[in-house]
Design a protein around this ligand. Structure first.
Ligand SMILES: [Zn+2]
Ligand SMILES: [Zn+2]
Ligand SMILES: [Zn+2]
Length: 511
């Protein structure tokens, strides 16, 4: 797991330090690959079902990458650390014969995630985890404890200079997010009582450690962007934000990559997006200033602020209400979330002034699809997915290989394949195909080809996502009877007509 770094940190003309390209890269190429970020901590809710070293998850979900899905359960089991019973690690492969068919990453697991994490930091923290109630140890606190452990184990040195150079914003945080800040400070003081020393690292006070973690961490995600925690690496954290980023971060287990979204010249600054750039101007600004304490002055923000329709007060009110529904849905269980999201979607639809690709319309639909699937309503979720695929995503993502777009298309593709293979949906699918004229064998074939091409750029050919997509495509070719040249030609000839029928089908989805 070697690191590749084609970027360097230096003063940015826009703000503070920035990350710059060491060489010219085209769109969809690797800029930085790290075997793992300096620190990463799982969300409290993920500690139960996710390996704290390689982030393989036992949570079964029909839409997840196979590695994280039901099939994965046969490959490994999670065991709690016997010392603290807080973190879990994946263990030995139960059935060695399965190794041959395994996906990338499994070999890593057999090398004992527990001992790797133990050596990296857990050796120092296990006792603390044992004595303090787990719910108090938020992911930020556990991240800070990792830094402290690295110092104790002598592995902090290589990161320290870059880490210390990051912004802390501790004062602004404590002012603007007082309740959260104070709670965490109390937990950190509690830890001081256990360790019987005031926490500081190389003279950096705990408030500044805390501020740096909050300001500079990214969401730790799976390869298909399920959020599972936070992570921080000083090199990646040096990259500034733009609402028109030229690079994106993807994860592959613990491996973190930054990949280009378009051509970047040598010595050009590399920008990633800290927030959802599809949100309206005022929401982006609000989010950036409350969480990262700056006002964005990227090209999109400079030219876009007046163009956006927020002058339309009715529209702005509906957008605000829709975003509120989205927030509520995030905190709710799947079934309740579906109701809230459908309400939000209805408001956007009835407003008439919000386009399908505008927010919060698009985000509500995506979240609805995910929650419909989580609550077992596969057919309804599938129709929303088709609508997103045809009418929303092409307008949101400029690049066909945008990693989020690729992940979403993959999720949809897996859902379609699952529906086609499930006898409970046989009648539904054949009725749908007869009614719409869509031949899903042809659609699936082309969606697979598109996703196979795009994932090499979005996640990299060596990523486990690219490998599992490639494997599934191979397996599906047999099912689709699409191996010989004659069939392939017939499938290709039918592409345009089939996708136009698919679009018509998508149009039948109300709202
Ligand atoms: Zn593991
Ligand atoms: Zn432990
Ligand atoms: Zn901006």
């Amino acid at each position: 797991m070697a690191s590749n770094i084609y970027a360097y940190v230096t003063k940015s003309p826009t703000s503070g330090n920035g990350l710059f390209a060491k060489k010219e890269v085209g769109g969809g190429e690797l800029i930085v690959k790290l075997a793992r970020p300096m620190i990463a901590a799982l969300d409290y809710s993920r500690l139960e079902d996710t390996c704290a070293n390689c982030y393989a998850s036992k949570t079964a979900s029909s839409i997840r990458n196979r590695e994280y899905g039901k099939a994965g359960e046969q490959f490994f089991k999670l065991s709690a650390c016997t010392g603290c019973k807080v973190v879990k690690y994946c263990g030995k492969v139960r059935d060695k014969r399965r190794v041959r068919f395994s996906i990338h990453g499994l070999t890593d697991r057999t090398k004992k995630c527990q001992s790797r994490a133990w050596k990296r930091h857990h050796k120092v923290n296990c006792k603390l985890f044992n004595r303090i109630p787990t719910r108090l140890l938020s992911n930020a606190v556990r991240a800070i404890l990792q830094i402290r452990a690295m110092e104790a184990l002598g592995t902090l040195e290589e990161h320290w200079h870059a880490f210390a150079g990051l912004e802390s914003h501790a004062e602004q945080f404590s002012g603007q997010h007082r309740k959260y800040w104070n709670e965490t400070e109390q937990v950190l003081s509690l830890l001081d009582q256990f360790t019987q020393e005031e926490m500081q690292i190389r003279g950096m006070a705990k408030q500044d450690l805390h501020g740096r973690v909050l300001t500079n961490s990214l969401t730790l995600v799976t390869a298909v962007f399920d959020p599972i925690g936070i992570c921080l690496d000083p090199l990646v954290a040096a990259s500034n934000h733009s609402c028109e980023p030229n690079a994106a971060i993807v994860m592959d287990g613990p491996e973190l990559s930054m990949r280009s979204l378009r051509r970047i010249a040598k010595d050009e600054e590399i920008f990633i997006a800290y927030v959802d750039t599809t949100n309206p101007f005022s929401y982006r600004q609000q989010e950036l200033s409350s969480r990262y304490f700056f006002d964005c002055s990227c090209r999109k923000c400079r030219t876009g602020s007046e163009l956006e329709m927020e002058k339309d007060r009715n529209k702005a009110a509906v957008q605000a209400a829709g975003l509120e529904k989205l927030k509520q849905a995030k905190k709710a269980g799947a079934a309740e979330a579906v109701t809230k999201l459908e309400d939000g979607l209805k408001m956007c639809f009835e407003c008439g002034a919000i386009g399908l690709t505008e927010q919060p319309y698009a985000a509500l639909r995506h979240s609805l699809m995910v929650n419909l699937i989580s609550s077992g309503k596969y057919d309804v979720g599938f129709m929303q997915g088709i609508k997103m695929y045809c009418h929303v995503e092409p307008g949101i993502f400029d690049e066909s290989f945008h990693p989020v777009r690729v992940a979403r298309n993959w999720v949809l593709l897996r859902l379609i394949c699952a529906l086609l293979a499930d006898y409970r949906y046989r009648e539904y699918m054949s009725e749908l195909m007869a009614r719409s004229g869509v031949d899903f064998a042809i659609v699936v074939y082309h969606m697979f080809q598109d996703v196979v091409d795009a994932v090499d750029k979005s996640h990299g050919r060596e990523s486990s996502l690219a490998k599992s997509i490639g494997e599934e495509f191979e397996a599906t070719l047999d099912t689709l009877d699409a191996r010989d040249a004659g069939m392939k030609a017939a499938y290709s000839a039918a592409r345009a007509a089939q996708f136009s029928k698919l679009e018509q089908l998508a149009n039948t989805v109300e709202m």
